[in-house]
Ligand binder design. Structure first.
Ligand code: BGC
Length: 509
């Protein structure tokens, strides 16, 4: 009972939002807080005089002595960007370890590991008295992010009933944006603290979201898929009944067991994922996070204060502007939450991508008009306001498309046997690109000037075309039935084996 055959021929188990699934997903989503908080805090901290003079005296002296009139090159310092982006190096390395923890010990313990290391990292950072402590803290934070971003999206996608999966998964991105916004607000509030120790509050408060996910992970049940895969079948059924709010879960449960049986035959998920039949999923796992970062979003997220300073806002106003983009980011994510399971992933990608493309062209052009290629001049108020407006439109477009979908889509397209490995590839690619862009942005701004925005705009064209041609719609498809969407796709179908009806996942109508 309870099974419906959808128009595409796949089984659908209509689910509703039970209190149990809502709260489990809410708690797990809070893993996004630690990710977001960190994205938001570093930009503000690294533009604080007191922080710079204490840990990066040479950068500080240089910035003060800077007679540079060229607006594009004011803040070009590799050392400083290394502080921001070192975390992403640690995160990408950790994602592989996290893959094994997630698969062997379960999603829950991976989340717990993330919380604990993040807790240690924030303590070390808040108390830092030298650059070593600072860097060590950053590495621990990165390890935490590696665990959390590997396990949380999987947890959410596995807990959710198929028809609510988009909504529940995007809780992670919503928490990420809340993390970024709180960090921006805390930066804004602490920058003016007398005595110049405001940055300690900012860095130390990262312990709050860390504590939430650490305690949360202890209280959460693991996902039915993970429990079955690890042999806890009775427990799995109990959880499934609670999550779905009905005891009529036999068919879905049987499907999960079957998926797990198939998965058991696979002994080397890493070697396996390279097989031809997984080529569609592998392509998605690599390209979606790759493209997400090439939207250029983290230029805004990391360097909004610096960017706004560059275009002529004063110190306070620049942080204020970061708060504005932070608010837009959060509210626009909510739009994605309510529409992703109705309009589908593709519609959001295509609309959001187009909006981001247009905004980038406008931003690049506005900057070109004011600073030209020499980078000299000042931005008039009207221009500056227009610029903020289009940056906000850009952020909004990101926040209902590439932001949330960059985490949702990779987490939902894999078969169980390669899911954990696949997600760590996605995390790894994401962090690698975040690192590269974080590291290169100020130099790129200095050399490409306003062309930097055209550079990202060109990538928007490529990625939007890719989505239009190669991403099948996954809305409403049960996670263990995903093979169907590939086998029916005009391009990917030739990669997917149709094992003469013996393949459980390709049962027709
Ligand atoms: C991205 C981050 C980005 C954030 C902005 C996330 O989905 O992975 O790199 O900073 O969105 O909200």
């Amino acid at each position: 009972g309870g099974v419906v055959i959808s128009s595409s021929g796949g089984k659908v188990y209509p689910g509703h939002m039970t209190a149990f699934v809502f709260f489990s997903c809410l708690v797990a989503s809070s893993g996004g807080l630690i990710f977001g908080y960190d994205i938001g805090i570093s930009g503000g901290v690294t533009s604080m005089d007191s922080f710079l003079s204490e840990f990066f005296p040479s950068v500080y002296a240089q910035a003060k002595a800077n007679k540079e009139k060229n607006q594009y090159c004011k803040f070009d310092s590799q050392l400083l960007t290394l502080f921001t982006s070192s975390l992403y190096l640690a995160a990408l390395a950790t994602s592989f370890l996290a893959a094994s923890v997630t698969r062997i010990f379960g999603r829950k313990w991976s989340m717990f590991c993330g919380g604990i290391t993040f807790l240690a990292g924030s303590a070390l950072n808040g108390a830092a008295t030298n650059v070593m402590m600072l860097i060590l803290g950053r590495i621990l934070l990165g390890i935490g992010v590696g665990f959390a971003n590997q396990s949380v999206p999987l947890y959410l996608s596995e807990m959710a009933p198929a028809n609510l999966r988009g909504m529940l998964n995007i809780g992670f991105q919503l928490m990420t944006t809340i993390g970024i916004l709180s960090a921006n607000l805390i930066n804004y509030a602490t920058v003016s603290i007398e005595g110049g120790w405001g940055w300690r509050i900012g860095l130390g408060l990262a312990g709050v979201p860390a504590l939430i996910i650490t305690l949360g992970a202890l209280a959460l049940p693991d996902t039915p898929n993970s429990l079955i895969a690890r042999g806890y079948t009775a427990e799995a059924k109990k959880v499934l009944v609670k999550v779905r709010g009905t005891s009529d879960v036999h068919d879905e449960y049987d499907d999960m067991v079957a998926a797990s049986e198939e998965a058991k035959a696979i002994e080397h998920p890493w070697r396996n994922i390279l097989e031809r039949k997984y080529r569609p999923q592998l392509t998605i796992a690599v390209l979606i996070p790759f493209f997400q970062q090439l939207t250029g979003i983290n230029v805004i997220m990391f360097y909004a204060p610096v960017l706004f300073l560059t275009i002529g806002f004063g110190g306070d106003a620049s942080l204020m502007s970061a708060v504005i983009t932070g608010l837009v980011n959060m509210f626009a994510t909510i739009i994605s939450i309510v529409s992703v399971d109705r309009l589908g992933r593709r519609a959001l990608f295509l609309q959001g991508g187009t909006q981001m493309f247009v905004s980038q062209i406008v931003v690049g052009t506005l900057i070109a008009l004011q600073f030209g290629t020499t980078g000299e001049g000042e931005m008039s108020r009207t221009y500056a306001m227009l610029l903020v407006l289009f940056i906000c439109l850009y952020v909004a477009g990101f926040a209902w498309s590439w932001g949330p979908l960059g985490w949702l889509v990779p987490s939902e397209v894999f078969a169980l046997e390669i899911r954990s490995a696949g997600q760590s590839i996605a995390v790894c690619v994401n962090m690698t690109l975040t690192f590269i862009i974080g590291q290169a942005f100020l130099t790129m701004l200095c050399h490409l000037k306003f062309g930097l925005f055209y550079f990202f705009a060109a990538w928007m064209v490529i990625m939007t075309t890719f989505i239009a041609l190669f991403l099948p719609e996954t809305k409403g498809v049960p996670i263990d039935e995903m093979n169907l969407v590939w086998s029916r796709h005009w391009f990917w179908s030739k990669y997917v084996v149709q094992a003469g009806g013996s393949n459980r996942r390709t049962h027709g109508v």
